[in-house]
Each structure stands twice: as C-alpha cells, then as structure tokens.
Design a protein around this ligand. Structure first.
Ligand code: AHG
Length: 280
C-alpha cells in the first residue's frame, strides 16, 4: 500500500504545480460523459497514469477521464479508480478542487475496497487517506506530506451541503433539506465535492447530499470515481454513506461511469435521511 500512497503523493505535487502554472483554456476533447474537458483534467489524468504505472502491484486503473479501464500489469493485485481533477470547472474562479482515488483488491467492486484517498488543492494542499480502520490527514509542507492527525466524525454536525438543482428535487427531499435549515444547520456548498466533504469531515459532521431528481434520476456523482471512495472514508471516520435506502458500498456499478444518488454525513443526519426516504 505504501508505494501506492507515495505515487498518489507524487501525482498530487505535480498536479498542484500544473494548477499553479497552467494557462486555463478549454480543450476541444470531450470525456465519456460528454462534458468538455478542461486541459487540466487531461494533464492531471496523464500525471496520475504515469505515476501509478510505476507501481508494480497495480493490475488495472480506471479514470473518470478514460472511457475504459486500462490494464497496467497482469500480475498486479490492486485496482485503482480515480477522478484526476474533480470540480475542475472551479479552477478558473479560484475555488478549491481535488483528486479522488478508490483502491480495490482483485476487481472494481465496492466490497473489495481496501483503501481510499483524496487530495484537496486549496489555499493549502491536504491529503486524506483511509486504510486499516483509520482516516489520516496529511499536509503538504516544503515538498513533503506530513501527518497531521486522524479524523473522526461526531455523532451529529451543523453543516448542510445540498447538491443538485432545487427545482428538480422530490418534495420529500426538499422538505428534509428545509427542515435541517430550520433546525439551525448552516449552508456550506462550493460545488466541489472534495472541499465540501472535506469541510464536513474536519468540522466534525453534517450532511452532504446529491439526490436522484427529475433531471438526473440516478444523481450526478459517479460510483467508482466519487461515491465509493468517499463512502469508504466516511464509514471509516465513524459516519455513514447511503443512496437514500441503503449503504452505497453495497451497490454495484454495472458500467465504470455509472452514477448513484448519495448522502454522506455523520450518523444522526444519515439516519434521518433513511427514515425520510423510507416514508416517501
Ligand atoms: P465535475 O465532474 O464537472 O468536475 O463536477 C463536480 C461534481 C462534484 O464535485 C460536485 O459535488 C458536483 O459536481 C456539483 O454539482 P452541481 O453543480 O450540480 O451542484
């Protein structure tokens, strides 16, 4: 596992450099979900591919920017799915963005996930790594990632980060979100899931939701690249991650780019989501 973490750290340092120096123009290429790719997406994807290719134990990688998984080493053991630069459209307005990694043994199946990691490129670069029952926070300082602390979620938080477009929400979802606000929860939503979830993790708890809605019945966020890695981190930190009805880590992605509605948070808020959605 250590060589994989080291490769992710090297990628993060190179991506941070690319963000700092890169001209922010749009490329003409589209990714497999039909979105126009930013140049930085492509560059970040290539950086991570290059760094992971040097780790012997990796069998296959899958990237949000590649239509199909890529075999690296037939004798490898690990499968890694990553979103090289999540929220990349926020770079040109200078908001925080991130890279997300899910690490599996033997196949891309949520039940085979053994570690998960994300990097936040904000005013500082931070890395969060969940493995063997612990979630560790690292800070990039003078070219090295230094361990800061372990992350634990409280039973209940104060943040509400509601994703999606309100006009398309189901009535029970809107009523639930309104009810959290009516009880004093504060809105914290930047449009980048990495900084938004990072804030909930570091401030002790709350709720992030990206529901299924009439415009996107299966939500927007991709299971392999976004939902499963964060679900793993939230569960290890003592929180929960569900699709409204069950743990997202009990779900299967039929295709690498499949999406799922998702709710991440501390256990009190997620229990409320489950009870609201059960009654809908
Ligand atoms: P993208 O894949 O285009 O970078 O999108 C970012 C994701 C995620 O980071 C964020 O939580 C979500 O999109 C925001 O979507 P909305 O703008 O629909 O709220």
């Amino acid at each position: 596992m250590n060589p994989i973490l080291k490769a992710i750290q090297k990628s993060a340092i190179r991506i941070k450099h690319a963000i700092d120096v890169k001209d922010i123009g749009y490329s003409q290429e589209q990714n497999s979900s039909g979105e126009t790719q930013l140049q930085l997406d492509i560059q970040s994807d290539l950086i991570i591919e290059e760094e992971l290719s040097q780790v012997e134990g990796i069998h296959t990688i899958a990237s949000e920017e590649k239509e199909l998984p890529m075999l690296l080493n037939e004798n490898g053991h690990y499968y890694i799915a990553f979103d090289p630069l999540d929220g990349s459209s926020l770079v040109d307005v200078n908001l925080s963005v991130g890279s997300i990694f899910g690490i599996y043994e033997g196949e891309f199946n949520a039940s085979k996930m053994i570690a998960s990691c994300y990097v936040v490129y904000g005013p500082r670069v931070e890395l969060v790594f969940a493995h063997e029952g612990k979630v560790a926070l690292y800070l990039l300082q003078a070219g090295e990632f230094e361990f800061v602390k372990h992350i634990h979620l409280n039973e209940k938080g104060k943040i509400n980060a509601p994703g999606g477009t309100q006009q398309f929400w189901a009535p029970h979802h809107k009523a639930m979100i309104d009810s959290f606000f009516a009880r004093g929860y504060r809105l914290r939503y930047s449009g980048g899931m990495v900084p938004d979830l990072h804030q909930i993790l570091l401030k002790g708890g709350g709720l992030f939701s990206y529901p299924g809605a009439t415009d996107k019945p299966e939500g927007k966020l991709r299971m392999l690249f976004e939902v499963f890695p964060f679900a793993f981190i939230f569960e290890v930190a003592g929180g929960k991650a569900v699709d409204g009805h069950k743990r997202v880590l009990e779900k299967t992605a039929a295709h690498v780019h499949d999406t799922s509605p998702c709710f991440f948070g501390s256990s009190s808020e997620i229990d409320e989501v489950l009870s609201v959605y059960a009654g809908a």
